[in-house]
Design a protein around this ligand. Structure first.
Ligand SMILES: [Zn+2]
Ligand SMILES: [Zn+2]
Length: 144
């Protein structure tokens, strides 16, 4: 599965590869989280069970609600896309900056600072920078 996204990869897990490719490729080109993939595999498994017993009048099927599907409020089934959040907590998925230089992320030119987010590993600074939201206690404001 990992090799579909990066041949000859040295990554050992799909989450590790997702982290590596995050920000380098478009979201369609990076692997899903292991959690989202697991939900998808469960649905594929259920579907194959349906087809395998297509000739049986009363097929013996697993509980659809434990196979990657959930019931909405209106009673209709909807696929479970994920059970854990796909991004680091409190950080929006598309935020990353490309700051470089000695005072990186100290000003509003930094995409993360602009929206009051701290930098993460997907940023060019990889989180080691002067973003005031990364180090709220120690950093002095440069407005005075
Ligand atoms: Zn920045
Ligand atoms: Zn930064």
């Amino acid at each position: 599965m990992i090799h579909l996204y990066e041949s000859n990869t040295t990554c050992l897990s799909i989450n590790q590869l997702r982290m590596k490719l995050f920000g380098k490729k478009t979201l369609e080109m990076i692997p899903p989280t292991a959690d989202a993939l697991y939900q998808h595999i469960k649905r594929a498994h259920f579907q194959s069970a349906v087809w395998r017993q297509a000739h049986v009048p009363i097929p013996n099927l697993p509980d659809v609600l434990s196979c990657g599907w959930e019931k909405r409020d209106d009673g209709k089934l909807t696929p479970t896309l994920m059970t854990v959040t796909a991004t680091p907590q409190g950080h929006s998925a598309l935020t990353k900056c490309s700051c470089k230089g000695p005072n990186k992320c100290s000003r509003k030119a930094c995409g993360c600072v602009k929206i009051f987010e701290r930098c993460t590993f997907v940023c060019a600074c990889a989180g080691s920078c002067l973003n005031v939201y990364s180090t709220p206690e120690e950093h002095e404001s440069d407005s005075d």
